[in-house]
Design a protein around this ligand. Structure first.
Ligand SMILES: Cc1cc2nc3c(=O)[nH]c(=O)nc-3n(C[C@H](O)[C@H](O)[C@H](O)COP(=O)(O)OP(=O)(O)OC[C@H]3O[C@@H](n4cnc5c(N)ncnc54)[C@H](O)[C@@H]3O)c2cc1C
Length: 285
C-alpha cells in the first residue's frame, strides 16, 4: 500500500462496517486500522436519455446493499486499469495515497440497488467537463469504480410533498416518489432540457409530475424551478415536506423561499446543491 496523506476527507458512512475486515484476525492484513474501499465493476452501459447514461455495476451483495441511496464515488481517470485507491478510516474518513492518483470524489445516487442480483445502477448526467461525467462517457464493461461511503436521501414522509429538482436529482426523485405512501399528495417540479430528457417515474396518484423545459438555456442558468416554486401557494397544515436538489444557486433561492414565505422548519425540508455552476464539486480530484 502507498503511504497515506495526512489530509482527510470526511464522508457520510451509512454502511457503517461495510467491507471491514477483521483487523484482529491472525492474518494481520490491516495493522494500521484502515480498510480498503469497496470496488464495483461495470457490467453494462445504457443511454436513458440523450444526456443521461446509466452505468450498471456489479459487486458483492453486502457492498451493493450499502451503496446508496446517496453514494460517495471514487472516480478513477478514464482508462486507468489499476487505480491507486485511497483507504478508509473507521470513522469514515478517506485517507488518500500520496502523490498523483487521479481519483475524484463525487456524490451520486444509486438509482437501483439489487443486492440479490449483485447490481447497482447509477445514472450520470453527461454534462461535458468533469472527471465523473468524462468517466461515465467512456465507461465500458470491466471498468472499475470505488465507493467511499453512503448516506440517506434525507427525505421524510408527509401528507403533502414538494420535490424540486433538475436532471442530476432525478435518480433521487425517482426513489423518493417510488417509496412515498400511496396517499401522498403534492407536486414534483422537474427541470430538464426538453421532452427527450423526461423519464418515466412511478409516483402516488396525488403527486403531480410537472416537467419544465429549459430549451436552449444552459443548465444552471435557468430560473424555471425557482420560479415554479415561487408560484406555488403553501399547502395548508404542517404535514408538509419539501425536498430540493439542483444547481446550488437555484437551491439557495428555493431554500430561502421555503423557509421564508412557506415558513418551513428544518425538519420540513431538505435542500442541497447538487452541483455548482462553473466549479468542480470536490477538491479531491
Ligand atoms: C447528494 C448528491 C447526489 C447526486 N446524484 C447525482 C446523480 O445521481 N446523477 C448525476 O448526474 N449527478 C448527481 N449529482 C451531481 C454531481 O455530483 C455533480 O454534477 C458533479 O459536479 C459531477 O462531477 P463531475 O466530475 O462530472 O464535474 P465537476 O468536476 O464537479 O465539475 C466540472 C464542471 O462541470 C460543471 N457541471 C457539473 N455538473 C453539471 C451539470 N449537471 N450540468 C452542467 N454542468 C455541470 C461544473 O459547474 C464545473 O464547471 C449529485 C450530487 C449530490 C450532492
Amino acid at each position: 500500500m502507498p503511504a497515506a496523506t495526512a489530509g482527510h476527507t470526511s464522508v457520510a458512512a451509512a454502511g457503517a462496517h461495510l467491507g471491514w475486515p477483521d483487523v484482529t484476525s491472525p492474518d494481520g492484513l490491516f495493522p494500521d486500522g484502515l480498510r480498503p474501499v469497496d470496488v464495483l465493476t461495470v457490467v453494462a452501459v445504457t443511454d436513458v436519455t440523450p444526456s443521461v447514461r446509466r452505468v450498471t455495476l456489479s459487486g458483492d451483495a453486502a457492498v451493493v446493499a450499502a451503496a446508496g441511496p446517496t453514494v460517495n464515488l471514487l472516480v478513477p481517470r478514464v482508462g486507468d486499469p489499476d487505480p491507486r485507491w485511497p483507504r478508509i478510516q473507521r470513522d469514515g474518513r478517506i485517507v488518500w495515497p500520496e502523490g498523483s492518483h487521479g481519483i475524484a470524489l463525487r456524490s451520486y445516487t444509486a438509482r437501483r440497488q439489487d443486492p440479490a442480483g449483485g447490481e447497482v445502477d447509477i445514472d450520470f448526467v453527461l454534462h461535458g467537463d468533469g472527471p465523473a461525467a468524462a468517466w461515465a462517457a467512456a465507461a465500458r464493461p470491466g471498468a472499475l469504480l470505488g465507493i467511499a461511503g453512503a448516506a440517506s436521501l434525507a427525505e421524510r414522509p408527509a401528507r403533502w410533498l414538494l420535490l424540486a429538482a433538475d436532471e442530476t436529482a432525478l435518480p433521487a426523485v425517482s426513489r423518493i416518489l417510488a417509496a412515498a405512501p400511496p396517499g401522498t399528495a403534492g407536486v414534483a417540479l422537474l427541470e430538464v432540457a426538453g421532452p427527450a430528457e423526461e423519464q418515466p417515474l412511478t409516483a402516488p396518484p396525488g403527486v403531480e409530475l410537472r416537467w419544465l423545459h429549459r430549451g436552449t438555456t444552459p443548465p444552471g442558468e435557468s430560473t424555471l424551478v425557482v420560479d415554479a416554486v415561487a408560484a406555488l401557494d403553501r399547502p395548508a397544515g404542517d404535514d408538509v415536506f419539501a425536498w430540493v436538489g439542483a444547481e446550488s444557486a437555484a437551491v439557495r433561492a428555493i431554500r430561502a423561499d421555503l423557509r421564508g414565505r412557506w415558513g418551513l422548519g428544518r425538519a420540513q425540508h431538505h435542500a442541497i446543491g447538487y452541483w455548482r455552476r462553473g466549479r468542480a464539486m470536490s477538491p479531491a480530484g
